[in-house]
Design a protein around this ligand. Structure first.
Ligand code: FAD
Length: 410
């Protein structure tokens, strides 16, 4: 046994979703949830490699989990940051159309955002937008007051502290492989022996689908890793960006397009792009993992996905390989930025679920299988929504009434 004491709940993965789930269980009276984390530290993957944007809830289909959990989660995240002295800025953001054909999409975003409860969304002209971002170029756009920035790595550390103070444990260096029922108990097999609990929550991010399949979950979605590379702006160019500048996104794709993000640390990042990664931890183009690659190649959904999105894929690769192409995307937002203002920044890898038809799952996907809950798709805005994702999982497991919507699968 990795730990002889049986926990009530074991959570696999100490990213922000796993941590928020443990926190929510504690808030509902559970005394000592156990988190298992494969790495030597928490928040090593998506939670530590993202844009740090607290999303408003603008983009998501009204009634979807993303829409409901992001809008409630956003406010909970602002509150959590304030309560824990974590730097947070409610700076707002602009979304800009730079070409005529983007106007209808901008208008449908305005309607979506309004349906999701975002206040005072109106289409603005360039002069009005420049009151918020003096250097942008746009034919039209919107200002979204509810968006902000923080550092989700710091949020994760504060959650960790809260969990440990309440009696919870985080075991690092423990890799879970599968779970199965044994009478009333659920057994989690790990690299350091089996562990038992009443409930198990699989929040393993880039590896969640493997654990779900090994645990016998029916249904077939796979995680396909998409690397998001950032470009850092020089100090001079960063001074041209007040807060957050986003293009109108391509509605066929669940990623938001290259945007400019001021971080709470004072730097400005451009990106992230969205490239098929050749490893689940493929933070660099040269990182290749044969098992991961074979997993992608042997899944029919990957080929259908390639057939649907190859054009977008090719242009993302061109933007990754050519500074000139990246510069062009950035200059569509702020023409004053020049090539010598750009330098290569860090990257993150998104855990994006794809179904057998090749569709990139748009909504969060959370499936319950007896005493096990699998979080199968928690891409952006799951960091923003983590607190309410955790609350709704905890409410389901403990059968308590929650003001949050029930989790469901797509
Ligand atoms: C480039 C990029 C930009 C983003 N920008 C934003 C943004 O601005 N705003 C926003 O809200 N969201 C953003 N996101 C999304 C957000 O980061 C993720 O939705 C969120 O971090 C998911 O958290 P998680 O806990 O599910 O996953 P993770 O943070 O990946 O955590 C999963 C954890 O599980 C562990 N694990 C995996 N396998 C096992 C195993 N077998 N046993 C034990 N442990 C295991 C991993 O080591 C990891 O620590 C972005 C993501 C990326 C990649």
């Amino acid at each position: 046994m990795a730990n002889s004491q049986d926990a009530q709940t074991i959570i696999i993965g100490a990213g922000i979703v796993g941590l928020a789930t443990a926190k929510a269980l504690i808030d509902r009276g559970e005394s000592a949830p156990v988190l298992l984390e494969a790495e030597s530290q928490i928040a090593t993957h998506q939670t530590g490699h993202n844009s740090g944007v607290i999303h408003s809830g603008l983009y998501y289909k009204p009634g979807s989990l993303k829409a409901t959990l992001c809008t409630t989660g956003r406010d909970a995240m602002y509150q959590f940051c304030r309560d824990h002295d974590i730097t947070v800025e409610t700076s707002g953001k602009v979304v800009v159309a730079t070409q005529e054909h983007e106007r209808p999409q901008l208008e449908s975003l305005r309607k979506r955002g309004t349906a999701n409860g975002i206040a005072d969304l109106e289409i603005l002209n360039q002069d009005q937008l420049r009151k918020h971002e003096p250097h942008i170029t746009a034919i039209a756009g919107m200002f979204v007051r509810e968006a902000g920035i923080t550092d989700f790595g710091q949020v994760a550390q504060a959650m960790r502290q809260e969990i440990e103070d309440a009696g919870g444990t985080i075991q690092t260096g423990v890799t879970a492989t599968r779970c199965h029922n044994q009478g009333e108990q659920t057994v989690v097999e790990t690299n350091s022996g089996p562990l038992k609990a009443r409930h198990v929550v699989n929040c393993a991010g880039l590896h969640c689908d493997r654990i779900a399949r090994a645990s016998g979950l029916a249904g077939d979605v796979r995680i396909v890793p998409f690397r998001g590379e950032y470009t850092l702006l020089s100090e001079q160019a960063a001074a041209l960006v007040r807060s957050l500048i986003y293009p109108v996104p391509d509605p066929r794709f669940p990623f938001l397009g290259v945007h400019l993000t001021r971080t709470v640390h004072g730097t400005v990042k451009a990106g992230p792009n969205a490239l098929l990664a050749f490893a689940r931890h493929g933070y660099k183009m040269r990182h290749i993992n044969v098992k991961d690659l074979l997993g992608i190649a042997s899944y029919s959904g990957s080929w259908r996905m390639a057939a649907k999105y190859w054009r977008t894929g090719v242009s993302e690769f061109r933007r990754s390989l050519s500074k000139r192409v990246m510069l062009r995307s950035i200059q569509q937002l702020i023409p004053e930025i020049q090539a010598n203002d750009l330098k290569q920044g860090p990257a993150g890898v998104r855990a994006q679920a794809v179904d057998r038809s090749g569709q990139l799952l748009d909504d969060f996907c959370i499936k319950r299988d007896g005493n096990i809950v699998h979080v199968l798709n928690a891409p952006s805005p799951a960091a923003t929504a983590s607190i309410t994702i955790g609350q709704s999982i905890a409410a389901q497991l403990l059968n308590t009434n929650s003001s949050q919507p029930k989790t469901h699968s797509q």
